[in-house]
Design a protein around this ligand. Structure first.
Ligand SMILES: [Fe+2]
Length: 263
């Protein structure tokens, strides 16, 4: 199976035309166009949070309209820039009974759990008691199956000063303890760091994908917080089979520069 990974769309309301000189809506449309040309056979498109920059209800409506027209299912999650209520007004079908944006999709022998790490008003993320219990309950039910997790916040520190101190994932202890008790979790896709990167931890592999709009610079000694860099946007292509998981990132704005190289 194959899924496509988008993250950190940072969509805006019509009162603000661009973010750092880029129009997030156009960047999203270019990504979707590329996906439909090259990966129309994908099973779904996952968007790991920060759908909007400031929780604009209008931006969620736009995204829901775009999703309704797509030939691939677009599966949304919330990040620290999102507003759960405004999200719910456009994407109510993704909320569980407690009002969290957490749900599961089963495809063949694999299950995908979409987690909600949003703490309203905070840059950091966490899973409260209820959300941890949901994760544990799902993993219990899914014993014997291959499980993939998708979430906004980075599940381990990556060496980014601010992102690892003020904007970190505060439930990492309980989270990894639960994963350690259930062996089915194979891979985690996340966002928040606005970078293409790979890691493994406790036998679980994980990756993050750049934003369509702006990226964070990995310069551990940089003096400023949230150091942003104009690198090319990308989406991830995640392929899973009985051998394992393969992730490739496509810098879709550069597609016009394709040429046939020498052998
Ligand atoms: Fe973000």
């Amino acid at each position: 199976m194959k899924y496509l990974h988008l993250s950190d769309l940072h969509l805006l309301g019509s009162d603000r035309p661009n973010l750092y000189g880029a129009d997030p809506r156009l960047r999203l449309l270019r990504a979707l166009e590329s996906m439909l040309i090259h990966h129309a056979d994908a099973d779904f498109i996952a968007v790991t949070g920060d759908l909007t920059n400031d929780g604009s209800p209008e931006a969620y409506r736009h995204l829901a309209e775009i999703a309704a027209e797509l030939s691939l299912p677009l599966l949304p999650m919330v990040g620290n820039h999102d507003d759960r209520e405004a999200f719910a007004a456009a994407f109510g079908e993704y909320l569980d009974e407690e009002g969290f944006v957490q749900y599961r999709r089963d495809l063949g022998d694999r299950s995908f759990l979409f987690l909600d790490t949003l703490v309203p008003g905070a840059p950091y993320g966490a899973l409260c008691k209820d959300r941890l219990a949901w994760l544990e309950g799902e993993l219990k039910q899914l014993r014997g199956r291959e499980v993939h997790l998708l979430m906004h916040h980075h599940p381990i520190p990556f060496g980014y000063g601010t992102m690892d101190s003020k904007a970190d994932f505060r439930s990492a202890g309980e989270f990894w303890e639960i994963l350690g008790r259930f062996e089915g979790v194979r891979h985690i896709a996340f966002g928040h760091l606005h970078r293409n990167l790979f890691a493994s931890h406790g036998g679980v592999t994980m990756h993050c994908t750049r934003s369509p709009v702006f990226q964070l610079a990995y310069l551990p000694d940089a003096p400023r917080e949230y150091l942003t860099i104009r690198e090319a946007p990308a989406y991830g292509v995640v392929e899973c089979d009985e051998q394992g998981v393969r992730v490739q990132w496509h810098e879709y704005l550069e597609e016009g520069d394709l040429f046939v190289g020498e052998e």
